[in-house]
Ligand binder design. Structure first.
Ligand code: 5GP
Ligand code: MN
Length: 341
């Protein structure tokens, strides 16, 4: 961060701080928010963490998650509360996103707020809305950027086991359990340091990956046996889930996470796509290997973006039409999809 000294000065006295992360937060989004929140509280600040939606149940072990102000379709309460929080905030941290669209209706509130804004993120093509930016696409996770920030503020020793576990969870999941090509010596170094500070790798892996409901596991079985299609010519795998199917398996927030990766585990597949019908829109997850950029595809055609090899998007079309749109686009990308071995 260029103006770290200014941020340090700002944080030198107790502040009203709001931390906000993206819609349907994953472990990196929520873990970096609660890790940073835990640290700032220890420094004497008043901290509120706000999410534009609910978050997966498998993250509710994170210390501080019980106090998250999560917007909900069921009640206007959290939305009213978050408007008051942004209004009163002296500093707003925006974590794991860099386009205000990613926080839906909260985007306007953040844009208008008088608070100093700090954006910490690792996604491609950021928007400029924050006076302080810690933006690094070479970092596998936002959690490790939060770790770096705490370290560069000279407060590494304030990272206790609950904070370390939150940050470790973000690092672990955004590297796909230290398997994706964003895993470098730097990620292992942060993992090592967080572990030395009290993170518990086996426990976090169990809490995040091995607390499936039977329904979620059955959903995986159903998708793999009935819904997974491979188009060898385009080295593409795709899966779709209709609203009825989501209902049938009682799919909860987070239950579809990870499904898209199964497509990429097939030999010779370069891109995997999961589309599911959220009712208000179709949500799409893209994953790819090597040189093929799903960020480009998602950004150009599905109002989304993310990382080169892991992106998301959406469509207002029907599920069938969205799939048709994708399939029609594939010939245009055929050459690029066949570039990698
Ligand atoms: P996922 O497929 O797991 O939802 O998301 C993959 C990556 O793309 C994540 O880093 C996520 O933050 C990002 N992403 C997901 N959906 C969207 C979207 O609609 N717009 C943008 N810009 N990024 C997204
Ligand atoms: Mn992330």
């Amino acid at each position: 961060m260029k103006n770290l000294t200014d941020l340090k000065a700002l944080l030198a006295s107790p502040r009203n701080v709001a931390i906000v992360t993206h819609f349907k937060p994953d472990a990196d989004a929520l873990g970096s928010s609660l890790g940073l929140g835990g640290y700032l509280k220890k420094k004497g600040h008043h901290v509120d963490v706000i999410t534009p939606s609910d978050y997966p149940e498998f993250l509710n072990w994170m210390v501080g998650s019980e106090a998250v102000i999560a917007l909900s379709k069921k009640s206007k309460g959290p939305e009213i509360k978050s408007a008051a929080v942004f209004e009163a905030a002296e500093i707003i941290f925006c974590l794991d996103f860099s386009n205000l669209k990613r926080i839906n209706e909260l985007g306007d509130l953040v844009a208008k707020a008088r608070a100093a804004k700090v954006m910490i993120d690792h996604h491609l093509e950021p928007e400029q809305f924050a006076g302080f930016e810690k933006w690094d696409v070479t970092a596998a996770s936002t959690a490790q950027l939060v770790y770096d920030l705490i370290d560069s503020l000279g407060d590494r020793d304030l990272i206790d086991p609950p904070i370390a576990n939150c940050l470790y969870a973000g690092l672990m999941t955004d590297t796909g359990g230290f398997r994706h090509n964003n895993t470098t010596a730097r990620e292992f170094k942060v993992a090592e340091e967080l572990t030395a500070l009290g993170a518990n790798p086996s426990e976090i892996a169990r809490l995040v990956y091995d607390t499936n409901s039977l329904g979620r596991l059955r959903l995986t079985g159903f998708v793999l046996s009935q819904k997974l299609t491979v188009l060898p010519e385009f080295r593409t795998a795709y899966m779709t889930l209709s609203q009825e199917e989501l209902k049938k398996f009682d799919v909860q927030t987070g239950d579809t996470e990870g499904l898209v990766n199964y497509g990429l585990s097939i030999k010779d597949v370069q891109m995997s796509v999961l589309m599911y019908d959220r009712g208000e829109e179709i949500k799409i997850s893209f994953r790819s290997l090597g040189a093929f950029s799903v960020n480009d595809l998602a950004r150009r055609h599905f109002e989304g973006g993310g990382h080169k090899n892991a992106s998301g998007g959406s469509s207002k079309l029907s599920l069938e039409q969205a799939l048709e749109k994708l399939i029609k686009l594939l010939p245009e990308y055929k050459e690029k999809l066949n570039l990698n071995s």
